[in-house]
Design a protein around this ligand. Sequence first.
Ligand code: F6P
Length: 319
Amino acid sequence: MKRIAILTSGGDAPGMNAAARAVVRKGINEGLEVYGINYGFLGLVNGDIHKLELGSVGDLLHRGGTFLYSARYPEFATEEGQLKGIEQLKKHGIEGLVVIGGDGSYHGAEALTNRGFPTIGVPGTIDNDICGTDFTIGFDTALNTALDALDKIRDTATSHERTFIIEVMGRDAGDIALWSGLAGGAEAILIPEEEFSMDDVVGRLNQGRARGKKHSIIVVAEGVMSGNEFAERLAEYGDYHARVSVLGHMQRGGSPTAFDRVLASRLGARAVELLLENRGGLAVGIRNNHITENNITEILKEKHTLDKDLFNLASILSI
Ligand code: F6P
C-alpha cells in the first residue's frame, strides 16, 4: 500500500483533528502518501480530495471541529454513491481509507470494504454509542463541557432555590446525560435507554426539598424529550420554579481534553497500521486501555448498552 486517504463524517467531535493528524503523521512516517477528503462521503463522491503533508496537520491538535469538514450524506447508502466514491479513490491512486465518525460513517466504511476497498473505522462521536470501544473520540470533551455548564447552573440554582432542567445531546444514547448527571450530582437523569416515571422524579424533588436542599438539577437527554416539554410536564405537579437550559451544539465544539487527544492519537495511528497490514473492514477501539480492532460488520450488529450500574449508582448518590 502506497497511498491512503482520510475523511471525517457525520456530527463533528472534539479530537477528530487529533485523529486525522495521527493518521497523516503515522502514515508519512511509514512511507505512505496521505490524502485528505473534505466533507466526508459527500466530498468523496465529488472528488474533493487533496494531498496532505506533515505541515498540513500542524497547529491542529488542540482545535475542536474538523479541518477536513464534515457532512451528513445519507445518499452514500446507495450503490451509485458507493461506486462513484470508489471510482474517485482509484482515480487518485488511493488504496486504503480511514473513516472517522459514528454509526452512519461506519456503515459507509463497511460498504466500501464489502465492495473490495479496504476501509478502517475510527470512532469519533460525542455520543459514546459505538460498540467495540469503551470510549469514542469527543465524548470526554463533550461530557466536560456539559459538566462545566451543570456546575455553573448549580450556583445560580442554589442562589434562587430553583429547579433546573438541563437538556443535553444524545438522541439515542444517554451517556452524556448519565456521566454529566453523576459527576454533577443531578437529582434525576433521564436517558433514552431507561423508562422514567414522573412520580419518581417528583418524589426525588420533594424529598430533597424536605431535607432543605436549595436546588435541584434534572438532566434530560434530548432523545427522551426536550427540556421545555419536561418543564411543562413538571408544572402539572406543582411550582418547582423550574428553568430550562438547552446546551445544544456547544457540546460538540471546543478544545479536546487530554484524554480525547491521546485516544485520538492512538486510534488514528492504529488505523494506519491495519491498512499497512492490508486489513480492511475493521473498526479500532479502546478496551481496558488496550487498543483493539473488531470486524466492523459485527460492531454494527451489536447494540450499544447502558452501564446500568452507573445509572443505579447515580440514582442512589443524588438523594
Ligand atoms: O451524533 C452527535 C449528535 O450531536 C447527537 O448527539 C445529536 O442528536 C445530533 O448529533 C445532532 O445532529 P445535527 O448537528 O445534525 O443536528
